[in-house]
Write a protein that binds this ligand. Structure first.
Ligand SMILES: Nc1nc2c(ncn2[C@@H]2O[C@H](COP(=O)(O)OP(=O)(O)OP(=O)(O)O)[C@@H](O)[C@H]2O)c(=O)[nH]1
Ligand SMILES: [Mg+2]
Length: 288
């Protein structure tokens, strides 16, 4: 299953990000903690160039805690960047965020000090793939619903400044890149909800997801759907889920579309448990 999604508005967004870059001191790149490798956009990396980057591994509440910590260690060891885990829903820890930003901008602060200038307010652009939580993060930090959010990709349409106490944050629309390569990146982006569902076949997507789940986290899958005996074939698992959840059509046939939505919605919503699809050992972050 090859998935690509790069509509014209994303190209425009990349251009507007490039233009706005000179207005900011650093870039906050939101990654999805479940897929730090797949959610790192090579096109965005190119545009960001040498600007200091603070990676936030967002949706950490949905990812495996130990794996997220391993990712942070690995990113900070291999990249010239600062990284921290983040949860945009619920209580914020702005103080820690500012602390990390100051750590990142040590040199700038040092220069200001040497010139006898007062420390300037920090300005950052918030970027990332669609649906990763950029707007939710900005609303959380600002304590108000200043930007529109929604659980589907493509909610934010234009750049928007939010002034938040010590920080000025620029919200940007989510962007992907023309070729989601290798295909597993496209799949991981789709599983986690960053690709518009309408452009994909949901049944193939769920089939691929179940295949990966059987290999990498079978207990989570079996527990969720109370499957007693290990099954060989993803379709058998879909049948079992259909029966258990009553996703049936006339004549007691399995409604695979319904089963597929159940599986994808429940994974995305965290009902299967905290699951990291990517571990640093198998995915070379700095090479992507
Ligand atoms: N569980 C969990 N959900 C989150 C977190 N951050 C954001 N979300 C949810 O993710 C969905 C997408 O959030 P948005 O803030 O609209 O994402 P965005 O990156 O601005 O998306 P676009 O504007 O479409 O690019 C919403 O349903 C949020 O509630 C998080 O840390 N944990
Ligand atoms: Mg948004």
């Amino acid at each position: 299953m090859n998935i690509n999604w790069y509509p014209g508005h994303m190209k425009k967004t990349i251009e507007s990000i490039e233009q706005s870059l000179k207005l900011v001191d650093f870039v906050i790149v939101l990654l999805d903690a479940r897929i730090p490798w797949s959610s790192k956009n090579p096109l965005l990396d190119k545009v960001i160039g040498n600007k200091p980057v603070l990676y936030l591994l967002n949706k950490a509440d949905l990812a495996d805690d130990k794996t997220t910590k391993e990712w942070i260690r690995s990113i900070e060891e291999n990249e010239n960047a600062v990284a921290m885990e983040w949860i945009s829903v619920g209580k914020t820890n702005t103080k820690k965020l500012i602390q990390k930003a100051e750590e990142l901008l040590k040199e700038k602060r040092q220069k200001e000090l040497e010139k006898g200038m007062a420390a300037t307010k920090l300005r950052a652009m918030v970027t990332g793939i669609p649906n990763v939580g950029k707007s939710t993060f900005i609303n959380q930090i600002s304590g108000r619903k200043g930007t529109k959010t929604g659980n589907r990709p493509g909610v934010t349409k234009t750049n928007q400044w939010m002034r938040v106490g010590e920080l000025d944050l620029l919200d940007t629309p989510g962007v992907l890149w023309p070729k989601l390569d290798p295909p597993i990146r496209g799949r991981h982006l789709a599983f986690t909800g960053s690709i518009k569902d309408e452009i994909m076949d949901i049944e193939t997507l769920a089939f691929e997801f179940i295949k990966e789940a059987m290999k990498n986290f079978p207990e989570k899958l079996y527990n969720r759907y109370e499957i007693q005996n290990p099954l060989e074939d993803p379709v058998e698992i879909m049948d079992a889920i259909g029966k258990r959840r009553g996703a049936l059509m006339r004549g007691a046939e399995i409604d695979y579309t319904k089963v597929s939505h159940i599986v994808m919605d429940e994974f995305r919503g965290g009902q299967m448990g905290r699951i990291s699809l990517e571990v640093p050992l198998n995915y070379e972050f700095s090479e992507s």
